[in-house]
Design a binder for this molecule. Structure first.
Ligand SMILES: [Zn+2]
Length: 327
């Protein structure tokens, strides 16, 4: 009897050690996390890949509801600011995650304080800041990344000269910049963002900016979806441009998401694709989005590791001295 108990014990310890190994040993880098205050008016659960069935709408009828909530297992939103923070920090620990996070400054400081050292890497976007204020913020040392820059929503090209002095500061200070290009949801221009233009998500619009700032390291947020041809041509011509697959990975039709990632990998850019979520308010979004890469049949284990961690660690020049590098 004792022997059996011992055996059981050994197998259980071995089993839990294995389980632990699996979650803690494989590091994950999420390069696109929004920090925002929980607004009870916005709180709604979300069905991943909800853009799979675009409605046949009419301007004389009620505006179509943006988010489908009719699925077997919708992701619930965080209940309040503390709940959101606790859930994010729990995932950083459980899934061995590092995150590039940006948005509400107060929330960002709280998360950075609560997270293990270096696991929240703060980003800042020019927003309404003057160029001097933007420079001061970056020189202050807290912010390490320029993101999310989203001129597409203002009806502006990323190469617009009004943004140029900000990118010049990022180039001078060796700060990587993330620019929203491509995705815009469903009926964005009609429903919530009248200045949004699909054409301003064209990756080719980055060429002038890149030519003016040869040392600027940029990543194209949302991978210029769905303009794969232009994205591939741009990455071919510019050796330092990376992409993230955030947002699209959990909102557009799943087959379409896989086809897009596969296309970029097939075109030879497996070392320039970074994993990201575009996290806003649904804590389970992290594991839902990771699962897309984990279960991708067309990716080798090495390619999955590159997308989930290695590419971002390289892009953001993570240093073993100031970062507890997960083995
Ligand atoms: Zn975006």
């Amino acid at each position: 009897m004792k022997k059996i108990l011992n055996l059981l014990l050994i197998c259980c310890i071995a089993g839990s050690a294995f389980a632990q190994e699996k979650v803690t040993k494989q590091p994950v880098f999420d390069v696109h996390v929004h920090t925002m205050k929980v607004n009870p008016a916005w709180l709604s659960s979300m069905c991943p890949w909800f853009l799979s069935d675009m409605p046949g709408a009419d301007p004389n009828e009620q505006a179509p509801f943006f988010m489908n909530q009719d699925c077997v297992d919708p992701l619930p939103p965080a209940k309040n600011d503390q709940h959101m923070q606790d859930e994010v920090i729990k995932r950083i620990k459980d899934f061995n995650m590092t995150m590039i996070a940006f948005g509400d400054a107060e929330v960002l400081h709280n998360w950075a304080d609560a997270a293990p050292k270096g696991r929240i890497i703060p980003g800042i976007s020019p927003g309404t800041l003057t160029v001097e204020q933007f420079r001061d913020s970056l020189e202050g040392g807290f912010y390490k990344v320029m993101a999310e820059v989203a001129p597409q929503y203002q009806g502006m090209s990323p190469s617009d000269m009004t943004l140029d002095p900000y990118f010049a500061v990022a180039e001078e200070l060796n700060i990587p910049a993330g620019i929203h290009m491509g995705t815009g949801g469903n009926g964005m221009a009609n429903l919530t963002q009248p200045k949004y233009r699909a054409s301003l998500g064209d990756p080719f619009l980055l060429e002038d900016l890149l030519a003016r700032h040869p040392k600027l390291k940029i990543w194209v947020m949302h991978a210029g979806y769905p303009m794969a041809d232009h994205m591939i041509a741009l990455m071919g011509a510019n050796a330092y441009v990376y992409v993230d697959i955030s947002g699209m990975i959990w909102s557009y039709p799943l087959d379409e998401v896989h086809a897009y990632i596969k296309r970029l990998v097939q075109a030879g850019f497996g070392k320039r694709i970074m994993y990201g979520t575009d996290f806003m308010m649904w804590p389970r979004l992290f594991e839902t989005s990771m699962g897309v890469i984990e279960h991708a049949q067309y990716l080798s284990e090495d390619q999955k590791r590159d997308i989930l961690f290695n590419n971002a660690a390289r892009f953001f020049r993570m240093d073993k001295d100031d970062f507890e590098w997960p083995e």
